[in-house]
Design a protein around this ligand. Structure first.
Ligand code: UD1
Ligand code: UDP
Length: 382
């Protein structure tokens, strides 16, 4: 905390960043770094640890030491228990910290409840990655509604794209509170790629996994969405059929959610062409993206990252609140029907023209400077 010659603190605003899951941590660490570089801001950090292992690897990477760690995760947690526990525990922290502003990111239970606990105390809320809408409250579930709830309480809405800013305007969010900043995931991605270039030893083993496949083309796969649990066995079957081509190596870091693991254990055929691995540390995942030919995912963040590296993404969801990649032609919404997943992947692997049309490096989600824009606005009070 900077002090003047008379020992008087010059900090004019105390903010509390709240996050709990892997994607929030990835997307907020650049913002926390930028806020901590602002002379007039005291940035405190509360992690709920809605995720434990996947959160901790990002804390280690970013060097962020939380001021509060609620350690809230229990295996297979229900939304009810998670939401209730978050509200009580976050409220306690807010009462101790008494921040001038709370910062939440995205659409998770932690983000929604963090905004609610702040609202209950009349603490202003900044929402990073505001305005994403699929228009369907069941896809993504429960995230579409979480984002809408946060929008009703926040007074600073950091929209990553023009599409997201427009969605907020259509809902009547006041113009002066909407800021189009880019998505901070691109800041995290580019910073991590640059660190990797300078120090390749940051990776812990992904090259060995990929090198096992020799000259075969690499397909990176992730799945975890709650609304896809019923479809996940079919998705596993589709991945198995793609692997059976013989000319690809599938690298699949499996999300620790027990529902995802059960579906994969039941329905993913055992195959030398599939490397089923634990969730990768972020630098390793960035390296995997960089070395992949194709990405199959239902993840939000991965949809945003892959186009920056020119990697075509097949989005295994029925709708997306991130249409920008699809409009740009670098991502395709293929749903969860196994036959469609196989046929779309086959087309990209067998038809160079179709592949080239999607593989243009393009970054519709940001330029890598979103965090600085956000920190400036917060430091200047909007
Ligand atoms: C949560 C978010 C979702 C986000 C996703 C990112 C909500 C409602 N959902 O979903 O928006 O896209 O995170 O991954 O907030 N687990 C571990 N270790 C970990 C993380 C999770 O074992 O490091 C297991 C636990 O059994 C946990 C389960 O995964 O109970 C589910 O975690 P949870 O945060 O409830 O939901 P996600 O499906 O991960
Ligand atoms: N990611 C990672 N390791 C992995 C898989 C993904 O670090 O094994 C990163 C990925 O680069 C992206 C983020 O996790 O930044 C996405 O998280 P997730 O898919 O869990 O959540 P979503 O973005 O769908 O909310």
């Amino acid at each position: 905390m900077p002090r003047s010659a008379w020992g008087i603190t010059s900090v004019s605003i105390k903010v509390l960043a709240v996050f709990g899951t892997r994607p929030e941590a990835i997307k907020l660490f650049p913002v926390i770094d930028a806020l901590r570089a602002e002379p007039g801001v005291d940035c405190r950090v509360c992690v709920t640890a809605q995720h434990r292992g996947m959160l901790d690897q990002i804390l280690k990477l970013s060097g962020i030491v939380p001021d509060h760690d609620l350690d809230i995760m229990v295996p297979g947690q229900t939304l009810d228990l998670l939401t209730a526990a978050l509200l009580v525990r976050l409220g306690d922290v807010f009462d101790i910290e008494k921040p001038d502003r709370v910062i939440v990111q995205g659409d998770t239970a932690t983000a929604m409840v963090g905004a609610l606990a702040a609202y209950y105390r009349k603490i202003p809320v900044s929402h990073v990655e505001a305005g994403l809408r699929s228009g369907d409250i069941h896809h993504p579930w429960p995230e579409e509604v979480n984002r809408k709830i946060i929008a009703t309480m926040a007074d600073q809405h950091f929209a990553p794209t023009a599409t997201a800013a427009d969605a907020l305007r259509r809902e009547g969010v006041p113009e002066g509170t909407i800021f189009e900043t880019g998505n901070t995931v691109i800041d995290a991605l580019l910073a991590t790629r640059a660190r990797l270039l300078a120090d390749p030893t940051m990776c812990s083993g992904i090259d060995a996994v990929i090198d096992r496949f020799g000259a075969k083309r690499i397909i990176a796969v992730t799945t975890h969405r709650r609304e896809n649990f019923d479809a996940m066995r079919g998705m596993a079957g589709a991945i198995g059929r793609i692997a059976a081509r013989g000319d690809v190596g599938i690298v699949f870091p499996v999300h620790p959610n027990p529902n995802v693991r059960a579906a994969m254990a039941d329905a993913l055929p055992s195959s030398d062409a599939i490397a089923l691995i634990e969730p990768l540390d972020y630098p390793d995942f960035v390296r995997l993206l960089d070395r992949s030919t194709l990405v199959l995912t239902d993840s939000g963040g991965v949809q945003e990252e892959a186009p920056t590296f020119g990697k075509p993404v097949l989005v295994m969801r029925e709708t997306t609140e991130r249409p920008e990649g699809i409009t740009a032609g670098t991502a395709k919404l293929v749903g969860t029907d196994p036959a469609r997943i196989v046929s779309e992947a086959t087309k990209l692997l067998d038809d160079n023209k179709a592949y080239d049309a999607m593989s243009r490096a393009h970054s519709p989600f940001g330029d890598g400077h979103a965090a600085t824009r956000i920190s400036r606005i917060i430091a200047n009070g909007g």
